[in-house]
Design a protein around this ligand. Structure first.
Ligand SMILES: Cc1cc2nc3c(=O)[nH]c(=O)nc-3n(C[C@H](O)[C@H](O)[C@H](O)COP(=O)(O)O)c2cc1C
Length: 173
């Protein structure tokens, strides 16, 4: 028997919040991808994961889960950049290509709190901010240079994911 499965990776909690909200809307608990033994009974499989410095967190595990899922699969990418940022599409496309499967992609925006970063992430952010100071008028610079917390989590942006999960026939998007 198959069932909807919601799995996620998250470092600071935005993606976890989306996954938990999605799970409760689909009537299934959201599970950490690291705790998902197999996705062989998942249909659909929905994996949510954030972007960290041009990588999707948990990329290898995500590919493994997608490959093992027997039915439809979706990847929900969470990041600070606007949902239509072309860089996001490229990252997701590369991961999906590597999985060798047809995967529907959704893009959501997460929160960012510079006061809560791990040491490593603070160092990465400091390097990124140094770069951004050279292009202060770009959207990324305007977002990150002030050093303020940013709040973009919006649970209503899950609506298209819920609609997709409820659809029981394959639709190319
Ligand atoms: C070190 C670091 C690197 C990041 N790199 C990117 C990035 O390249 N593009 C982007 O849009 N957001 C980037 N972000 C923002 C995260 O994707 C965003 O904060 C997201 O909500 C984190 O999800 P989580 O709370 O589930 O871990 C970065 C955040 C940190 C701390």
């Amino acid at each position: 028997m198959t069932r909807p499965v919601v799995a996620f990776t998250s470092r600071y909690g935005s993606t976890r919040r989306y996954a938990t909200a999605l799970g409760s809307r689909l009537g299934t608990p959201a599970v950490e991808l690291a705790d998902l033994a197999t996705a062989s009974d998942a249909d659909p499989l929905i994996v949510l994961a954030p972007v960290y410095a041009t990588r999707i967190l948990g990329r290898r595990r995500i590919i493994r889960a997608i490959r093992s899922a027997p039915g439809r699969a979706a990847l929900v990418v969470v990041a600070l950049s606007p949902a239509d940022d072309p860089g996001r599409g490229n990252l997701a496309a590369r991961l999906i290509n590597a999985s060798g499967r047809a995967v529907t992609t959704f893009h959501l925006r997460g929160d960012f709190d510079p006061a809560r970063l791990t040491r490593l992430d603070r160092t990465l952010m400091a390097a990124l901010r140094r770069q951004l100071r050279r292009t202060p008028d770009t959207p990324a610079a305007r977002m990150l240079l002030p050093g303020e917390p940013l709040h973009f989590v919006d649970e209503t942006s899950l609506d298209p994911v819920v609609a997709w999960a409820h659809r029981d026939t394959m639709v190319e998007e």
